[in-house]
Design a protein around this ligand. Structure first.
Ligand code: GLC
Length: 539
């Protein structure tokens, strides 16, 4: 029997459970290893669930644990309804869900509908002949008249988005690696297959889905060339080449939303969440994915590109809120990008700024999201400058070393071998400068990032203004200060080098300061540099 979480939510009973919630991303491979093979697994996660519950988050999202050749660390799925033996089995998965629910945590799993692994039985069958039963599960096209790829679409990971299949004389499409063939969402059988997959996991008791590359599923039916925006130099990296095109024909097609409307109906009786990875960089198109009964929430990534600048952060967040309202999820970090700590300058200062930024995200309508290790101030900076060979082995073709592994280093738990992550050799080394101070055990005392993160989330739980549908009002203040108000709660973040007065702070009492101390100057309430303040209006 699927379990249901022991509910800890303070939202009204008619609100969905994710209203005003905070999520936590478990990058499973790097979380906790129970069997010494150097790779995190489900049993390791189960044993560490208390840590997640103790932070004060509401739910976790577990990255793919399905059988996979691991060409893209599980985002190449060979069986959508089983567990890779490296991560455990279905019984271990059930135990994770049961324990999480007992702790009051909901569990969201990753679904990867844009592509499968080239080892998936569907693709193996599809490549056996043009008449194969699953041929149309994938996107096949005849060559262009010159024998080359059918159009100019490129893979996000480098090279054309097409690979020639000699035996059957056609090209197949892949937005990512050639080992990740795109599924054909123009085929109703693919819709039916995924509805069965979602139902399988819902019946096992999951509380929702994070939908991988939710904007990529469908393509322009006539497969026209994408317009070229600008020429690129020969040898340019994959990302530069990808962004040299206007992707109007290979992503964000209008028919994709119908898929999520259908899924919405399917998950609704289970009270489950649909959270999309919508990797678009303009607010308005992201907003469309959460309008009219499509996705419940969409991740908003553009803010991950913004540096430590109050004005730029405010502009980005305000534009997103205008388009997506309370239906966006705000990642502090992601497993595909450098972490907030690194983005904001690295080291202690980077960690302090990341906590300040998390304070801002926690107060916004929608869901703030941490990546495992953010609560410790984990920082990939040292790794970026370390031996590039070490990273190169795990990077994906076309991504430079700073690209992805920097945010995927193993969780440092305690002072044991390999910081308690594994008794074997970790699949990815810890940054060379990792010390006991960086671990969960080492941060149980004093003014650590861990204890401050817990204090922040506890504060948010006490402030109903931050959890319901209270309107957000931006407040005008000094350039280095971002400030907003929701109900009687003020949140301000200071990106400057000196103390800054908080607008409205005269009538407010500080409840939480991310780092440092607030000051008074006359009646003014001053926010310390590199910090954020939560204050409550008096009276
Ligand atoms: C998403 C994942 C990323 C993966 C890609 C292809 O962007 O977050 O890690 O490589 O999809 O599945």
């Amino acid at each position: 029997m699927p379990t249901r979480p022991a509910t800890t939510t303070v939202t009204a009973p008619w609100e969905p459970w994710w209203t005003g919630a905070v999520g936590y991303q478990v990058y499973l491979r790097s979380f906790a290893d129970s069997d010494g093979d150097g790779i995190g697994d489900l049993e390791g996660l189960r044993r560490r669930l208390d840590h997640i519950a103790g932070l004060g988050v509401d739910y976790l999202w577990i990255t793919p644990f399905y059988p996979s050749p691991q060409a893209d660390h599980g985002y190449d799925v060979a069986d959508y309804t089983d567990v890779d033996p490296a991560y455990g089995n279905l019984a271990t998965f059930d135990r994770v869900v049961a324990r999480a629910h007992r702790l009051g945590l909901r569990v969201v799993v990753d679904v990867v509908p844009n592509h499968s692994s080239d080892r998936h039985p569907w693709f193996l069958d599809a490549t056996s002949s043009r008449d194969a039963a699953h041929r149309d599960h994938y996107v096949w096209r005849d060559p262009a008249p010159d024998g080359g790829p059918p159009n100019n679409w490129v893979s996000k990971f480098g090279g054309p988005a097409w690979t020639w299949h000699e035996a059957t004389g056609q090209y197949y499409m892949h937005t990512f690696l050639a080992q990740q063939p795109d599924l054909n969402w123009a085929n109703p059988a693919v819709h039916a297959a995924f509805e069965a997959i979602l139902t399988f996991w819902l019946e096992r008791g999951v509380d929702g889905f994070r939908i991988d590359t939710a904007h990529l599923l469908t393509e322009d039916p006539s497969f026209r060339d994408n317009p070229v925006l600008h020429e690129v130099a020969p040898g340019a990296d994959a990302e530069t080449v990808y962004h040299a095109f206007d992707h109007r024909h290979d992503l964000d097609q209008p028919d994709v939303l119908a898929i999520y409307r259908r899924w919405r109906e399917l998950v609704a009786p289970y009270g489950a969440l649909l959270l999309g990875e919508v990797g678009l960089f303009e607010p308005e198109p992201v907003g469309r994915y959460v309008a009219d009964g499509a996705l419940d929430l969409a991740f908003y990534f553009p803010a991950l590109k913004v540096g430590w600048d109050a004005g730029a952060i405010r502009d980005e967040l305000a534009a997103a809120l205008a388009a997506g309202g309370d239906r966006l999820a705000w990642p502090l970090s992601s497993h595909d990008d450098p972490r907030a700590t690194q983005r904001f300058g690295g080291g202690e200062r980077g960690a302090a700024r990341a906590l300040a930024y998390l304070t801002v995200l926690v107060g916004l309508p929608g869901n703030a999201f941490l990546l495992q290790g953010d609560e410790l101030g984990v920082d990939g900076t040292a790794l970026t400058t370390a031996d590039p060979e070490r990273l190169g082995a795990h990077g994906v073709a076309g991504h430079d070393v700073a690209g992805r592994d920097v945010s995927r280093t193993p969780m440092p738990w305690d002072g044991q071998t390999n910081f308690g992550f594994t008794s074997g050799t970790p699949w990815l080394a810890f940054p060379d400068d990792t010390s006991l101070q960086d671990t969960v055990a080492g941060q149980e005392h004093g003014r650590s990032q861990l204890r401050r993160t817990r204090a922040l989330l506890a504060e948010r739980a006490r402030l109903p203004d931050l959890r319901g549908d209270e309107e957000l009002e931006w407040l005008e203040g000094p350039d280095a200060l971002l400030a907003y108000r929701r109900g009687r709660t003020l949140i301000a973040m200071n990106t400057g080098r000196t103390y800054q007065p908080i607008p409205g702070g005269r009538d407010a009492r500080a409840r939480f300061v991310s780092t440092g101390e607030v000051r008074r100057d006359g009646d003014d309430l001053l926010a310390p540099p590199d910090a954020a303040v939560i204050a409550e209006l008096r009276g």
